[in-house]
Design a protein around this ligand. Sequence first.
Ligand SMILES: [Zn+2]
Length: 331
Amino acid sequence: MIDVEKLKLQIDLRLIVERDLGKSRYHGRDYAVFKCPLHHEQKGWSLVVYSDHWRCYGKCQIGGDVIAWAQHYHQLTFYEACERLANGDLPQIETVNGACRVPESMAQPPDAAWQATARHIIDEACARLWSPEGQRAWGYLVWERGLSEQTIRLAQIGYLPGAPTAWREIEGLNVPCGILIPWIVDDAVWGIKVRRAAGEQRYQQVSGGNIRGSLYLADQVQPGLPLIVTEGEFDALIAWQVGSDFTRAAAIGSASHACIDRRWYGSLLGVPRMIACMDADAAGAGAATQLAALSGAVRCVQVPSGKDLSEYYQQAGENTVKEWLQRMVDQ
Ligand SMILES: [Zn+2]
C-alpha cells in the first residue's frame, strides 16, 4: 500500500517540477517560478511552486500537491501518480554532469508525412519477410537470433531484398536493403534501423528518422517493473521475450549515443531499477558509464558469456538466460 501522506512529506515539489521543466529562472526563498506547461505559456511566468504545493495564476487557475502535479503534467490517474512517485523515483536524472546534456525541449518523432511513408515501407517489408523471398532473413531471426515468431510479429520486423550494400528509393526515402527494425513508440514511427547481411557497416537507417531522440520499446515500460536497457534492438527483444513475467526491456540503439531524451523520463519515473546491459567492449563500457550517471537507480551488468544478450542466448539457451535476467533484476 502506498502511504500518500508520507509520500507528500518526503518529496520537495520544487525538485520534481524542476526535473520536469528544467531549472527555474526565478525563485524566492521558498518558491520557484516557471512558465506553465499546462497552458503552454509563452510570455509570462504563472506557475508558482512551493515545497508542498503549486498553483498556476495564469490561464489554468488550478493548483495542488505533488500528486496533482504528476497527474496534470504526466496525465496520470491519481493511483498511477502515487505509484510512480512511490516506486523508484529518479530525482537525480536531470543533474547530469557532462555525460549527457539535457536538451531544452523534448525530442519529437518525424512529421506525419514521413511517418506515413515509413508505415508503407514497414508493411511491405513485413509481408516480404513472411513470403518465400524473406526465408533467409526469417531463418536468421529465428535460428541465429532466437526470436520467436510472435516477437518478430509484435516488433513488426521486415525484410527488403537486395545486395548487402544496396539502397532503394521508396517514395522519396532512401532505404537500405536488409532486415528492417522499426522504432515505433505509442504508434508513432520514430525511425527504421536496418541490419545488413554483410559489409563494413552492419547497421544503417532509413533517411529522415529520429532514432537518436527515441527509446526502442519505450511504450513497453511499465511502472513498478524493472527495466533492462540494452545497446541493440535484438538484445532488448530477447530480454522482452524471455523475461516478460518480471521485467521490461528497452534499447538505446548504439553505444555512441547513450543518452535518453527527457521525453522518456516521465515513463521512467515509475521504474524501480534500471539494469544497463551494454555490449562487452570499450564502447559498451563507455555507454554503461553514461547511463549510470543518469540516476542512482541504474545498475550496470555484463552477460556472463558472449558479447551481448543475443550471443549469450545463443550459447546458453532460454532457461539460463531467463534465470540470469531474473537474478540481475532482483539484486
Ligand atoms: Zn497554467
